[in-house]
Design a protein around this ligand. Structure first.
Ligand code: GLU
Length: 506
C-alpha cells in the first residue's frame, strides 16, 4: 500500500489537513505500507512562503513523518510538483494527441463575455460538450487555423475533453457507490497558459507515477473525483487507479457548517496545529502546540473526528490507533469540532504520562520564565500537578508558586480566618515543624494534626491559612507534600512573608 498526503502550501495547514495526514499515516503503518508527502505547489498565485516548512514542522510535531517526500528521500521524486512540470506537460500533450484533450485559445476576456451572456439569460456558463463547439479550440476550429495559432505562439490552455453521456461510478470506501453523469461536468483545464498543470492533471499523473494505491482526502474533493476517473481512463490507467476514501467534513463547534480558520479567532480556540504568523493580523493564529496541547492528545482527538473504533475505548496512543484504525468505520456525517473534548483528551493524556517525561515537556515553559529547577524538583512538581492540569501551560499558570514567590494571596479567605493572635499560633506551629527529625509529608501531617488537637483548633482554620501562605490559593496539590518538597527553610520563609502580608489585610 502506498498512501500520500498532498497538501498545497497556500498558508498554514488547517487541523483538518492534519486529520487527513493522520488517517493516511495510520492505514500505511497498519498495512506495512508507505506514507508519502507530496507538495502540490503548482498554483503560483496561491503559493505562500513558509507554508511548506510549516507543513513539515506540523507533521514532525505530531510524529507523522513521511517515508518519502521532499527532504525525506524516496525513489519516486521529486515530491514537489513545481519540480515536475515537464512530466505533466508531456502527458497533457499526449492526451491531445489521443483526442482526449484539446487546445483552447479563448482569452480570459472572451470567456468573461460568455459568462456574462449566460448570466444575463439566467444561466451559468460551462466550458463543456454543449458549448465547446462555439468556442475557440482545436475541436471547433479548422486544423489549419489551429496550426497557424500554435505556430504564431498564441497562448492556449489544454482542456480535458469530457465524454458525453457516460456514467462515472466510484466505489468510495467511505461513501459506497457514488455516481456522476459526465454531461454535468465541464471540460477542466489540465495545462494552464503558463505551462503549469492544474491540480487535477498533476494530482492524477503523480498518483499514478508514485504508484499510490489509496487516496484518503477531504470530502471537498469528492466532486473532482469524477474528473479524476475520466483522466485515469483517458490516460489508460484505469486498471491501477487508486481506491478513494473521502473523509467527512469537520463542523463548527455548534455543529452549524464547516469549521473555518476564522472560527478559531472568533471563538478563541486553535484550529491549526502550530502558531502561524501571516502577513496580516487576521492571518495569524495560535496553534494547538502553543495552546499547551500534547501532540498525542491532538492525534487522539483528530482520530475521533470522523472515526471511532466501535468500542468504549477513547484513549489511544498512536500505536493503538494504528492497530485499531479501520476505514470502514469512518463516518459519512460531518464531525463536530468539540474543543472541550480536545481539552479532555489533553487532560487525560497528560495525567497518564510519567513524571520524568512531563518534566521534560514542562522544563522549557519554566525556563522561559527564568527558572532552572533540578530534574528531581521538576519531576516531583509534575507528579503533584498532573491531575490538576488540562493544558501544558496550566503547569505554570496554576503552579508558578513552586518556582517563585506567591504573586497574590486569596485575601477573602484570609480576612475571614486571620485573627490578631494567628501569627503567634502559626509561629508555634512552625517551631514544631522545625524540630521534626525528617521533614516528610507524613511527619508534617502528623505534627500539624497533633498541634491542631492540642490547641483545640479546627482544621478549617489552620489548613487554608497554611495553604494560602505557601501558594496564595486554596487549590492545588496536597499541602503536606508541597511542604516536604519545599523543605523547612523555604516553608518558614514563605509563611513569614505571608504573615506580614496577612496582617495588612482588612
Ligand atoms: N492539494 C490538494 C489539497 O490541498 C490535495 C487533494 C488530494 O488529496 O487529492 O488538499
Amino acid at each position: 500500500m502506498r498512501l500520500r498526503f498532498a497538501p498545497s502550501p497556500t498558508g498554514a495547514l488547517h487541523i483538518g489537513g492534519v486529520r487527513t495526514a493522520l488517517y493516511n499515516y495510520l492505514l500505511a503503518r497498519q498495512q506495512g505500507g508507505t506514507f508519502i508527502l507530496r507538495i502540490e505547489d503548482t498554483d503560483q498565485t496561491r503559493y505562500v512562503p513558509g507554508a511548506e516548512e510549516y507543513i513539515i514542522e506540523a507533521l514532525r510535531w505530531c510524529g507523522l513523518l513521511p517515508d518519502e517526500g521532499p527532504g525525506f528521500g524516496g525513489d519516486y521524486g521529486p515530491y514537489r510538483q513545481s519540480e515536475r512540470q515537464a512530466i505533466y506537460e508531456r502527458y497533457a500533450r499526449e492526451l491531445v494527441e489521443r483526442g482526449q484533450a484539446y487546445y483552447a485559445f479563448d482569452t480570459a476576456e472572451e470567456l468573461d463575455i460568455q459568462r456574462q451572456t449566460a448570466e444575463s439569460n439566467g444561466q451559468s456558463f460551462k466550458y463543456d460538450f454543449q458549448t465547446r463547439g462555439q468556442l475557440r479550440n482545436s475541436l471547433s476550429l479548422p486544423a489549419t487555423e489551429v496550426k497557424a495559432l500554435l505556430d504564431r505562439g498564441e497562448p492556449y490552455t489544454i482542456r480535458l475533453r469530457v465524454p458525453q453521456d457516460e456514467l462515472i461510478r466510484i466505489q468510495d470506501l467511505v461513501r459506497g457507490e457514488v455516481v456522476f453523469q459526465s454531461n454535468e461536468l465541464d471540460d477542466k483545464i489540465l495545462l494552464k497558459g503558463d505551462g503549469m498543470p492544474t491540480y487535477h492533471l498533476a494530482n492524477i499523473v503523480d498518483d499514478h507515477l508514485m504508484e499510490i494505491t489509496h487516496v484518503i482526502r477531504g470530502e471537498e474533493w469528492l466532486p473532482s473525483t469524477a474528473h479524476h476517473v475520466l483522466l485515469y481512463r483517458a490516460l489508460g490507467w484505469e486498471d491501477t487507479m487508486p481506491q478513494f476514501a473521502h473523509l467527512p467534513l469537520i463542523l463548527k463547534p455548534n455543529g452549524q457548517g464547516k469549521l473555518s480558520k476564522r472560527d478559531g479567532t472568533r471563538l478563541g480556540i486553535p484550529v491549526f496545529p502550530l502558531s502561524w504568523k501571516g502577513e496580516t493580523p487576521d492571518d495569524s493564529f495560535v496553534g494547538f502546540r502553543e495552546f499547551g496541547f500534547d501532540p498525542r492528545a491532538v492525534l487522539n482527538f483528530l482520530a475521533f473526528l470522523g472515526w471511532n473504533p466501535g468500542t468504549e475505548q477513547e484513549l489511544f496512543s498512536l500505536e493503538e490507533l494504528i492497530k485499531a484504525f479501520n476505514v470502514e468505520k469512518i463516518g459519512k456525517a460531518g464531525a463536530r469540532f468539540d474543543f472541550d473534548k480536545a481539552k479532555w483528551f489533553n487532560q487525560q493524556h497528560l495525567m497518564h504520562l510519567p513524571d520524568a517525561e512531563l518534566a521534560q515537556m514542562v522544563r522549557p515553559l519554566v525556563e522561559a520564565k527564568g527558572f532552572s529547577p533540578t530534574d528531581a524538583f521538576l519531576q516531583a512538581f509534575c507528579g503533584m500537578m498532573k491531575e490538576r492540569v488540562v493544558l501544558l501551560t496550566d503547569f505554570w499558570d496554576n503552579g508558578y508558586y513552586f518556582f517563585t514567590d506567591v504573586q497574590e494571596y486569596d485575601q477573602k479567605i484570609i480576612v475571614k480566618k486571620w485573627t490578631p493572635t494567628s501569627a503567634d499560633v502559626f509561629g508555634e506551629l512552625l517551631t514544631g515543624l522545625k524540630e521534626l527529625p525528617a521533614f516528610t509529608a507524613p511527619a508534617i501531617q502528623e505534627s500539624v494534626e497533633t498541634f491542631i488537637a492540642r490547641k483545640e483548633l479546627k482544621f478549617g482554620d489552620v489548613l487554608p491559612i497554611l495553604r494560602i501562605g505557601l501558594t496564595g490559593t486554596t487549590k492545588g496539590p496536597g499541602v503536606f507534600e508541597m511542604m516536604a518538597l519545599f523543605g523547612y527553610p523555604e516553608v518558614q520563609r514563605r509563611m513569614e512573608r505571608a504573615f506580614a502580608a496577612f496582617n495588612t489585610f482588612s
